[in-house]
Design a protein around this ligand. Structure first.
Ligand code: DAH
Length: 290
Protein backbone atom coordinates (compact mmCIF):
# COMPACT_ATOMS: atom_id res chain seq x y z
CA UNK A 1 0.00 0.00 0.00
CA UNK A 2 2.81 2.42 0.94
CA UNK A 3 4.69 1.71 -2.30
CA UNK A 4 1.56 2.30 -4.37
CA UNK A 5 0.92 5.59 -2.57
CA UNK A 6 4.47 6.79 -3.34
CA UNK A 7 4.02 5.90 -6.99
CA UNK A 8 0.72 7.77 -7.13
CA UNK A 9 2.32 10.87 -5.51
CA UNK A 10 5.27 10.96 -7.91
CA UNK A 11 2.91 10.44 -10.85
CA UNK A 12 0.80 13.41 -9.68
CA UNK A 13 3.91 15.61 -9.41
CA UNK A 14 4.93 14.64 -12.98
CA UNK A 15 1.44 15.43 -14.29
CA UNK A 16 1.37 18.83 -12.55
CA UNK A 17 4.85 19.69 -13.92
CA UNK A 18 3.99 18.65 -17.46
CA UNK A 19 0.72 20.58 -17.38
CA UNK A 20 2.57 23.74 -16.26
CA UNK A 21 5.16 23.31 -19.02
CA UNK A 22 2.56 22.70 -21.72
CA UNK A 23 0.49 25.67 -20.62
CA UNK A 24 3.67 27.79 -20.99
CA UNK A 25 4.06 26.56 -24.56
CA UNK A 26 0.44 27.36 -25.27
CA UNK A 27 0.92 30.99 -24.24
CA UNK A 28 4.09 31.18 -26.41
CA UNK A 29 2.06 29.77 -29.30
CA UNK A 30 -0.47 32.54 -29.09
CA UNK A 31 2.39 35.05 -28.86
CA UNK A 32 4.03 33.82 -32.13
CA UNK A 33 0.82 32.70 -33.81
CA UNK A 34 0.42 29.15 -35.08
CA UNK A 35 3.94 27.79 -35.44
CA UNK A 36 2.75 24.92 -37.63
CA UNK A 37 1.23 27.07 -40.36
CA UNK A 38 3.00 27.25 -43.74
CA UNK A 39 5.20 30.31 -44.29
CA UNK A 40 4.44 33.22 -46.61
CA UNK A 41 5.55 32.30 -50.16
CA UNK A 42 8.82 33.98 -51.24
CA UNK A 43 8.65 35.27 -54.80
CA UNK A 44 11.35 33.93 -57.12
CA UNK A 45 13.51 36.66 -58.59
CA UNK A 46 14.68 36.68 -62.17
CA UNK A 47 18.23 36.80 -63.39
CA UNK A 48 19.55 40.26 -64.28
CA UNK A 49 20.11 40.70 -68.06
CA UNK A 50 23.80 41.43 -67.43
CA UNK A 51 24.12 38.07 -65.65
CA UNK A 52 22.14 36.29 -68.36
CA UNK A 53 24.38 37.65 -71.10
CA UNK A 54 27.53 37.04 -69.06
CA UNK A 55 26.50 33.38 -68.62
CA UNK A 56 25.64 33.04 -72.32
CA UNK A 57 29.10 34.33 -73.26
CA UNK A 58 30.77 31.98 -70.74
CA UNK A 59 28.75 29.08 -72.13
CA UNK A 60 29.99 29.66 -75.70
CA UNK A 61 33.63 29.86 -74.63
CA UNK A 62 33.32 26.91 -72.20
CA UNK A 63 32.41 24.72 -75.16
CA UNK A 64 35.80 25.39 -76.76
CA UNK A 65 37.80 24.85 -73.59
CA UNK A 66 38.02 28.28 -71.97
CA UNK A 67 37.88 28.28 -68.15
CA UNK A 68 36.62 31.24 -66.13
CA UNK A 69 39.01 33.27 -63.98
CA UNK A 70 38.48 36.34 -61.85
CA UNK A 71 40.59 39.11 -60.39
CA UNK A 72 40.09 41.93 -57.87
CA UNK A 73 38.15 45.12 -58.66
CA UNK A 74 40.65 47.14 -56.64
CA UNK A 75 43.92 46.88 -58.55
CA UNK A 76 47.48 48.14 -58.43
CA UNK A 77 49.25 50.05 -61.15
CA UNK A 78 51.28 47.00 -62.26
CA UNK A 79 48.31 44.79 -63.16
CA UNK A 80 46.05 47.49 -64.61
CA UNK A 81 48.68 49.41 -66.59
CA UNK A 82 52.42 48.74 -66.42
CA UNK A 83 52.44 44.98 -67.11
CA UNK A 84 50.01 45.63 -69.97
CA UNK A 85 52.71 47.66 -71.70
CA UNK A 86 51.36 51.03 -70.52
CA UNK A 87 54.46 52.64 -69.05
CA UNK A 88 54.20 55.47 -66.52
CA UNK A 89 53.76 58.33 -68.99
CA UNK A 90 51.99 56.39 -71.74
CA UNK A 91 49.36 58.67 -73.36
CA UNK A 92 46.87 55.78 -73.56
CA UNK A 93 46.50 55.95 -69.76
CA UNK A 94 44.48 59.14 -70.29
CA UNK A 95 42.00 57.23 -72.48
CA UNK A 96 40.80 55.43 -69.36
CA UNK A 97 39.60 57.98 -66.80
CA UNK A 98 40.76 56.23 -63.70
CA UNK A 99 39.31 56.36 -60.18
CA UNK A 100 42.34 56.40 -57.90
CA UNK A 101 42.01 55.18 -54.31
CA UNK A 102 45.61 56.02 -53.41
CA UNK A 103 48.45 57.52 -55.41
CA UNK A 104 52.21 56.81 -55.20
CA UNK A 105 52.10 53.86 -55.18
CA UNK A 106 48.85 53.78 -57.15
CA UNK A 107 45.85 51.76 -55.99
CA UNK A 108 42.82 52.16 -58.25
CA UNK A 109 39.50 50.74 -59.40
CA UNK A 110 40.37 48.61 -62.42
CA UNK A 111 39.51 50.33 -65.69
CA UNK A 112 39.28 47.05 -67.62
CA UNK A 113 39.37 43.30 -67.06
CA UNK A 114 42.67 43.11 -68.98
CA UNK A 115 44.33 43.22 -65.53
CA UNK A 116 43.17 39.62 -64.99
CA UNK A 117 45.24 38.55 -68.03
CA UNK A 118 48.36 39.59 -66.14
CA UNK A 119 47.28 37.91 -62.89
CA UNK A 120 46.36 34.73 -64.74
CA UNK A 121 49.66 34.53 -66.65
CA UNK A 122 51.64 35.20 -63.45
CA UNK A 123 50.11 32.06 -61.98
CA UNK A 124 49.55 29.80 -65.01
CA UNK A 125 51.78 28.95 -67.92
CA UNK A 126 50.73 27.96 -71.47
CA UNK A 127 48.63 26.38 -72.79
CA UNK A 128 46.20 29.05 -71.51
CA UNK A 129 42.55 29.47 -72.46
CA UNK A 130 40.63 31.61 -70.03
CA UNK A 131 37.94 34.26 -69.93
CA UNK A 132 37.57 36.76 -67.10
CA UNK A 133 34.23 38.44 -66.50
CA UNK A 134 33.86 41.35 -64.12
CA UNK A 135 32.93 44.88 -63.22
CA UNK A 136 35.12 47.77 -64.34
CA UNK A 137 35.11 51.47 -63.43
CA UNK A 138 35.81 54.70 -65.26
CA UNK A 139 35.22 58.30 -64.32
CA UNK A 140 32.68 58.93 -67.08
CA UNK A 141 29.41 60.85 -67.09
CA UNK A 142 26.31 58.73 -66.72
CA UNK A 143 24.09 58.79 -69.80
CA UNK A 144 22.01 56.41 -71.94
CA UNK A 145 25.26 55.18 -73.55
CA UNK A 146 27.87 55.36 -70.77
CA UNK A 147 28.21 54.73 -67.06
CA UNK A 148 31.00 54.90 -64.51
CA UNK A 149 30.43 51.19 -63.76
CA UNK A 150 30.18 48.64 -66.54
CA UNK A 151 31.02 45.02 -67.27
CA UNK A 152 33.56 43.30 -69.48
CA UNK A 153 34.70 39.81 -70.35
CA UNK A 154 38.37 39.48 -71.09
CA UNK A 155 39.56 36.55 -73.19
CA UNK A 156 43.07 35.14 -73.36
CA UNK A 157 44.56 32.25 -75.32
CA UNK A 158 48.30 31.55 -75.24
CA UNK A 159 49.90 28.48 -76.80
CA UNK A 160 52.47 27.60 -79.45
CA UNK A 161 51.49 27.92 -83.10
CA UNK A 162 48.65 30.44 -82.58
CA UNK A 163 47.96 32.89 -85.38
CA UNK A 164 45.63 35.74 -86.15
CA UNK A 165 43.47 33.27 -88.10
CA UNK A 166 42.61 31.49 -84.82
CA UNK A 167 41.53 34.80 -83.28
CA UNK A 168 39.35 35.63 -86.29
CA UNK A 169 37.74 32.19 -86.37
CA UNK A 170 36.98 32.05 -82.65
CA UNK A 171 35.50 35.55 -82.48
CA UNK A 172 33.40 35.23 -85.63
CA UNK A 173 32.05 31.92 -84.34
CA UNK A 174 31.32 33.46 -80.93
CA UNK A 175 29.36 36.36 -82.45
CA UNK A 176 27.32 34.05 -84.69
CA UNK A 177 26.43 31.72 -81.80
CA UNK A 178 25.68 34.56 -79.39
CA UNK A 179 23.41 36.47 -81.78
CA UNK A 180 21.98 33.25 -83.23
CA UNK A 181 22.47 34.28 -86.85
CA UNK A 182 25.06 34.43 -89.61
CA UNK A 183 26.55 37.86 -89.00
CA UNK A 184 28.65 40.06 -91.20
CA UNK A 185 31.79 40.74 -89.19
CA UNK A 186 34.46 43.34 -89.95
CA UNK A 187 37.99 43.39 -88.47
CA UNK A 188 39.29 46.96 -88.40
CA UNK A 189 42.89 47.94 -87.48
CA UNK A 190 43.11 49.81 -84.16
CA UNK A 191 45.49 50.45 -81.30
CA UNK A 192 45.80 48.93 -77.83
CA UNK A 193 49.16 48.98 -76.01
CA UNK A 194 48.85 45.34 -74.92
CA UNK A 195 48.28 43.85 -78.38
CA UNK A 196 50.11 44.03 -81.70
CA UNK A 197 48.46 44.10 -84.15
CA UNK A 198 45.30 45.46 -82.50
CA UNK A 199 41.87 45.15 -84.02
CA UNK A 200 38.35 46.41 -83.38
CA UNK A 201 35.53 44.13 -84.43
CA UNK A 202 32.31 45.50 -85.93
CA UNK A 203 29.13 43.69 -86.82
CA UNK A 204 27.21 44.71 -89.91
CA UNK A 205 23.52 45.52 -90.14
CA UNK A 206 21.10 47.20 -92.50
CA UNK A 207 20.18 50.77 -91.50
CA UNK A 208 16.59 52.02 -91.77
CA UNK A 209 17.47 53.65 -95.11
CA UNK A 210 18.73 50.25 -96.35
CA UNK A 211 22.32 51.40 -96.04
CA UNK A 212 25.06 49.06 -94.75
CA UNK A 213 26.02 50.09 -91.20
CA UNK A 214 28.68 48.81 -88.76
CA UNK A 215 28.67 48.68 -84.99
CA UNK A 216 31.76 48.15 -82.87
CA UNK A 217 31.37 45.28 -80.42
CA UNK A 218 34.83 44.38 -79.12
CA UNK A 219 38.58 45.01 -79.12
CA UNK A 220 41.23 42.35 -79.60
CA UNK A 221 44.67 41.53 -80.93
CA UNK A 222 47.76 39.36 -80.65
CA UNK A 223 49.28 39.59 -77.14
CA UNK A 224 52.20 42.05 -77.22
CA UNK A 225 55.61 40.33 -76.62
CA UNK A 226 56.33 42.88 -73.83
CA UNK A 227 53.27 41.63 -71.91
CA UNK A 228 54.53 38.05 -72.21
CA UNK A 229 57.98 39.18 -71.08
CA UNK A 230 56.53 40.88 -67.95
CA UNK A 231 54.81 37.64 -66.90
CA UNK A 232 57.89 35.54 -67.74
CA UNK A 233 56.49 33.66 -70.72
CA UNK A 234 58.96 33.12 -73.57
CA UNK A 235 57.56 35.04 -76.53
CA UNK A 236 59.82 33.17 -78.95
CA UNK A 237 58.11 29.93 -78.01
CA UNK A 238 54.58 31.09 -77.25
CA UNK A 239 52.14 33.58 -78.70
CA UNK A 240 48.46 34.19 -78.31
CA UNK A 241 45.55 36.54 -78.59
CA UNK A 242 43.37 38.54 -76.24
CA UNK A 243 40.02 40.23 -76.54
CA UNK A 244 37.76 42.45 -74.45
CA UNK A 245 33.99 42.27 -74.78
CA UNK A 246 31.60 44.84 -73.31
CA UNK A 247 28.85 42.79 -71.64
CA UNK A 248 26.46 45.75 -71.23
CA UNK A 249 26.77 46.63 -74.92
CA UNK A 250 26.08 43.05 -76.06
CA UNK A 251 23.09 42.86 -73.68
CA UNK A 252 21.69 46.12 -75.10
CA UNK A 253 22.10 44.82 -78.67
CA UNK A 254 20.64 41.40 -77.97
CA UNK A 255 17.60 42.60 -76.06
CA UNK A 256 17.06 45.92 -77.87
CA UNK A 257 17.68 48.04 -74.75
CA UNK A 258 18.43 51.64 -75.64
CA UNK A 259 19.25 53.12 -72.24
CA UNK A 260 22.13 51.67 -70.23
CA UNK A 261 20.81 53.21 -67.00
CA UNK A 262 17.96 50.68 -66.93
CA UNK A 263 20.51 48.05 -65.81
CA UNK A 264 21.12 49.95 -62.58
CA UNK A 265 17.59 50.99 -61.66
CA UNK A 266 16.63 47.68 -60.00
CA UNK A 267 13.04 47.99 -61.25
CA UNK A 268 11.69 44.54 -60.59
CA UNK A 269 8.94 44.79 -63.24
CA UNK A 270 11.51 45.62 -65.92
CA UNK A 271 14.03 43.03 -64.74
CA UNK A 272 11.43 40.24 -64.64
CA UNK A 273 10.94 40.53 -68.44
CA UNK A 274 14.21 38.72 -68.93
CA UNK A 275 13.07 35.47 -67.36
CA UNK A 276 14.68 32.97 -65.06
CA UNK A 277 16.33 29.78 -66.19
CA UNK A 278 17.69 27.68 -63.32
CA UNK A 279 19.84 25.75 -65.80
CA UNK A 280 21.75 28.77 -67.06
CA UNK A 281 24.34 28.62 -64.26
CA UNK A 282 27.78 28.33 -65.89
CA UNK A 283 29.82 25.22 -65.33
CA UNK A 284 33.59 25.00 -65.24
CA UNK A 285 33.86 28.00 -62.91
CA UNK A 286 37.30 28.05 -61.32
CA UNK A 287 38.38 31.54 -60.24
CA UNK A 288 41.90 32.60 -59.30
CA UNK A 289 43.54 31.18 -56.23
CA UNK A 290 44.49 34.61 -54.82
N1 DAH B 1 40.95 46.62 -72.35
C1 DAH B 1 40.33 47.20 -73.52
C2 DAH B 1 39.34 48.28 -73.09
O1 DAH B 1 38.85 48.23 -71.99
C3 DAH B 1 39.59 46.14 -74.31
C4 DAH B 1 40.53 45.18 -74.96
C5 DAH B 1 41.04 45.48 -76.22
C6 DAH B 1 40.95 44.03 -74.31
C7 DAH B 1 41.94 44.63 -76.83
C8 DAH B 1 41.84 43.17 -74.93
C9 DAH B 1 42.34 43.48 -76.19
O2 DAH B 1 42.27 42.02 -74.37
O3 DAH B 1 43.20 42.64 -76.77
O4 DAH B 1 39.06 49.16 -73.85
Amino acid sequence: GQALNNLKKSAEIKVTDLTATLEGVASEKSFYGDLTRPSEPIELGSRHPISLVKNQIIEVFNRIGFTVSEGPEIEDDWHNFTALNLSEHHPARDMQDTFFIEQNPDILLRTHTSSVQVRYMEENKPPIRTISPGRVFRNEDISARSHCIFHQIEGLLVDDNISFADLKGILHNFLNVFFERDLQVRFRPSYFPFTEPSIEVDIGYQGEDGEQKWLEVLGCGMVHPNVLKYVKIDSKKFQGFAFGIGIDRLAMLKYGINDLRAFFETDYRWLSHFGFDPLDVPTNYIGLSK
